[in-house]
Design a protein around this ligand. Sequence first.
Ligand SMILES: Cc1cc2nc3c(=O)[nH]c(=O)nc-3n(C[C@H](O)[C@H](O)[C@H](O)COP(=O)(O)OP(=O)(O)OC[C@H]3O[C@@H](n4cnc5c(N)ncnc54)[C@H](O)[C@@H]3O)c2cc1C
Length: 366
Amino acid sequence: MKGIIIGGGIIGLSLARELNKNGYDVTVIELLRVGRGASWTAGGMLAPQAEGLEPGTFLDFCIESREMYETFVKTLERETDIDVGYWKCGILCPAFSEEEEKELKKRIQVYSELGLTGKWIDREALEGRYRSLGEEIRGGALFPDDAQVDNRLLMTALEKYARSRGIQLLEFTEASEIIEENGKFEAVRTSKGIVEGDFCVIAAGAWSEHFIKCHVFPIKGEMAAIDISPQDIDRVIFGSKAYLIPRKDYKRLVIGATEEMVGFKDGNTVKGILQLFNGLKDTLPNLINNTIQETWFGYRPATPDLLPVLGKTEIENLYIATGHYRNGILLAPITARVMFDLIDKGIENHYIKEFSLNRFKANKNE
Ligand SMILES: Cc1cc2nc3c(=O)[nH]c(=O)nc-3n(C[C@H](O)[C@H](O)[C@H](O)COP(=O)(O)OP(=O)(O)OC[C@H]3O[C@@H](n4cnc5c(N)ncnc54)[C@H](O)[C@@H]3O)c2cc1C
């Protein structure tokens, strides 16, 4: 069976790997280099609790994927010999106001009723831990099971897996049109000719709307990175002003992220970078003396209800897996698994049903 995947981001490459492991012949069509879309620009947090997700199916989906992560990365590391910087460092969410403190304490309680761990750490204890602490910080909620991965290393490893295991990567190739006959998928028209296959998965991130009406649009995020040393920060700090992600080797602190609905408007802005560095100053003030390494931006694939779109489309053998918005790195292992089960065994589990394209039709009476 030959499968075609449009888009070589974390979603496309993770699914390509799953299919390849199970004997499928897979071709990935990628407009640029694989792994250089949103998946390259992300922070790499595996943070359902720090994100403050409400109890429900989406939180369950995220927690299940977080639980799959260690095995996902360890297997990939064995297959590729690349350490992808997975670190179960826990995430601290500082409170900058009385209201945020109340909200975070409530979140700890709600999560504990679901069996998810979290605890409050007061300001005094934080002062003992960090060389400088923003004046407004009143304490913070620590979610020890949230984690991080170095998403650029992860994309490098997924690319290496693909190249070494015979997944065909058609890079610098634009997929332009889905060709169907009698409602059944036939092929993809590309800038380099027609690619035929038995099935196709649209995994083109924020650009997926080009192929099919799937209600996906970009939410831009700006990011920056600075030098750090191990004394500066011990784990991810995720506040309302900015999040700070020290990489496991302490060679880089990633600072994120802005959120703007400006379409595909490339470039960093003064406003965006100011927001990030002001957030850094308000959290760990002494770090503003550190050297800037890089600034960049990316496009989160979002949907109107900010949930993914997964599963079948109206065209037989044409599937979709996108709309992962702020959590696509976190959700790669579970997305690959549920999409594989759907394609290979026809299993439409409750996640596929919940995140199906049909929900937009029902809402819009189309
Ligand atoms: C600033 C920022 C911070 C983030 N932080 C986190 C985080 O900490 N944790 C987390 O879990 N998630 C995070 N995310 C979200 C995460 O990055 C995304 O949800 C995820 O990367 C989406 O993966 P994808 O494979 O769907 O899309 P992408 O990685 O964007 O891949 C889609 C690919 O499709 C290709 N493509 C597009 N059009 C075509 C075409 N016509 N033909 C062929 N190929 C095409 C693109 O070139 C691209 O390579 C962040 C995102 C951003 C922008």
